[in-house]
Design a protein around this ligand. Sequence first.
Ligand SMILES: Cc1ncc(COP(=O)(O)O)c(C=O)c1O
Length: 394
Amino acid sequence: MASTSVPSTRLARRLRDVAPTVFAEMSALAVRTGSLNLGQGFPDAEGPSPVLDVAVAALRGGRNQYAPGPGVPELREAIAEHQARHYGIELDPAAEVVVTAGATEAVAAAVLAFVNPGDEMVVLEPYYDSYVACIEMAGGVRRPVTLRAPDYRLDVAALEAAVTERTTSILLNTPHNPTGSVLTRAELEEVARVAQRHDLLVVTDEVYEHLLFDGRSHVPMATLPGMWDRTVTISSAGKTFSFTGWKVGWVTGPPDLVASVLSAKQWLTFTNAAPLQPAVAHALRHEAAFYDALAHELQDKRDLLVAGLRELDLDVFEPEATYFVTSDVRAYGYEDSRAFCLTLPERAGVVAIPAQGFYDDHEEGRHKVRWAFCKDTAVLEDAVRRLQAADLRA
Ligand SMILES: Cc1ncc(COP(=O)(O)O)c(C=O)c1O
């Protein structure tokens, strides 16, 4: 159950301006009102059953004490094999791979490892909300570059303009949550050019690397010419294998950057999920068919939800990847997506996420709503029916 308490006045200044995560609030609202939850990005369906068997065997087989800080060797090896198989990236599992408590800890450890107080980090907005909190906790300054509706492409001039003499890094996310856009190779080349010109580190969150649609394929930033030495890549089993609750993620990159991330990570969780790590190793080695099929299923679900939202006359960008579609709710007379989302459970029995909290550019973000389509088809059909039957006008 989400806490309704207000933090103490003793709360450190660096956390005072960071809003509580909206996902917990909206999932609690869904439970309280018995609504369909198209808010938080977790799938209704389980991950592959053989992977569960490996986890159970590990639980029963005595693998319940601390795993090594960088992760169990078989998982680090499986991550290296995965990077080689999909992207031709050859990694030394002993030095170039670290397992983390989900991508969330990987982002936190990377930001704490590389951002000094006062350093500026360029971030694509709308952002995954933990980025803001992590940069604040590190004492850094975020420099947003806005992906703008209707097509959410990278504005290269805005990227150039965001870099100052205090900028030390870029935090990238592709495929991108919440817009569902995928940076093209040309866009990645622009990021690479800016990073190299200004000697910036790139931390790249690629948790949706396998969930692309319409035949698109993922291009890791680390594979661009000249980028390997300055890129820290983050991914996770959560989205790829529909095990979001397991919180098993990883960081890959050159030894000095990975060792730096480990310097921070060892003081966060030190290690996590010992019996789940061999199961994720098994998944990476044997369950590629799962994520290939998942991408196709998600594409069909995207089509269903996008069509339903378009029938409601909501302005929608068709996502190229991920679990999410974003719409503009001004057609219904709302200037404020939070007000729209708070009334939605009562009016339609559906929960969605106000995207305004993911923007510093209030004008661009205030009327955007994010809907998750990683749900059972019957749930999506029901949600569309409910939305179509409801009076959604302000
Ligand atoms: C872009 C992005 N990064 C990171 C995460 C968190 O990943 P994990 O659950 O592995 O911590 C999410 C989850 O929604 C996400 O969308």
